[in-house]
Ligand binder design. Sequence first.
Ligand code: BG6
Length: 458
Amino acid sequence: MNRKMPADFFWGNSVSSMQTEGAWDVEGKGLSVYDVRPATEITMDWHDAIDEYHPYDEDLDLMQALHMNMYRIQISWSRVNPEGDGEFNKAGIAFYDRLVDAMLARGITPMICLYHFDMPLALAKRENGFMSRHTVAAFVRFGQKIIDHFADRVKYWITFNEHNLYFNDEVFQISGYTQGERSLDDMYTIFHHTMLAHAQIDAYIHEHYADVKIGGMLAYAATYPATAKPNDVFYTRKLDEFLNNNLNDAYTNGHYSHEVLTYIEQQGINADMQDADTAILAKMHADFLAFSYYRTDTLNADKIPAGTPPNRYLNFANEKNRFLDSNEWDWTIDPLGFRNVIASIYARYQIPVFPIENGIGLRENWDGQHMIMDDQRIDYHEAHIKAMKDAMFIDGAQVLGYLGWGLIDIPSSHADMEKRYGMVYVNRSNHDLKDLKRVPKKSFYWFQKVLEKNGDEL
Ligand code: BG6
């Protein structure tokens, strides 16, 4: 069977600003909600991350040495617009100019994400983040400015990282929400507001730049029923409809799932849906569907209290899957799940699919001398790339590329260097910045060989 990878396939790395850049208070950057989170005994603060703001050339050289041809970065809203809705900061934009130009000089295609949980603090405090339509307007203004500035050099865009997390209880951590009861009304309102923001950015790109692409981006909550009991199967399907299909339908067809709209109406949820919004949503037209994938979940419907909204099923129902191994943080290792996600998105929507985060978190400490032998990471990526190729060559899915998450170590989302995803070690711990030295692990050399052959030998 021919399993030759497309010549223009993207292989790369993916990060967020606050987990990578550091430089939290330089050159006019404003505060984001992350900048004011203090360190604790077991976690770090967000001031330095891996300080890529400074040695970005070195990191890009490592990516180039890996034969990567894409780097997904985020443009930090508070770096380029300190108040979120005020004056733009020229020095902040100039940093991203340098970074993007340095990528292009190395043959690395940039992808830009516009929001990865780090609301400008001013908007969080004054507007309660995305609860407010003022924040939506400010985000669209920020997005349009950045698109106008970079569209000549950056052709791949996403708006909200893991957009479906805005449709479960995570939303209250990631949307700049500072006041309220964490009600279902608030969850649905914020979610709808972010979708309106995405739709306006999507329309802006398509109206102004014929060669620029934008896609949706989900944390693909691939969930199995715990048993063949109809209840487990039914609840699992409903969860999928709310947390995955609802968004992918919106990105591609311009309207929410009928099942979700029916639920909103029957429950009398106030999601701040206004008449004029329908036409805004209808403009959506994704060029690709992107997602992060790390693991699968398993749902036991018996554990879900009666009347629980589908958005909250997994707060109660998640169960250990005895057929899968896990890492130390109980994240399952499930490459077939990855294939299944790719194949099912493509089968349903028939537009290119793009896994832009994948990887395994491991605890690693460098002794200052020897190479870190991360065979478990090699096995993880090898199995997932093979599974992706099965989705492409057996199931017929069109896939644009494969980006690993944090392939140069960055702190985990819980502000913790103990959980690392990198193929390159970064020498710092939670409370000691050390020298931030970059040290390739065994997986670096493995991946280099894989990419040298464009993945054809897997
Ligand atoms: C995704 C996020 O959920 O997964 C990242 O986009 C995050 O911000 C990554 O770091 C891995 O999760 P974690 O919690 O292991 O860092």
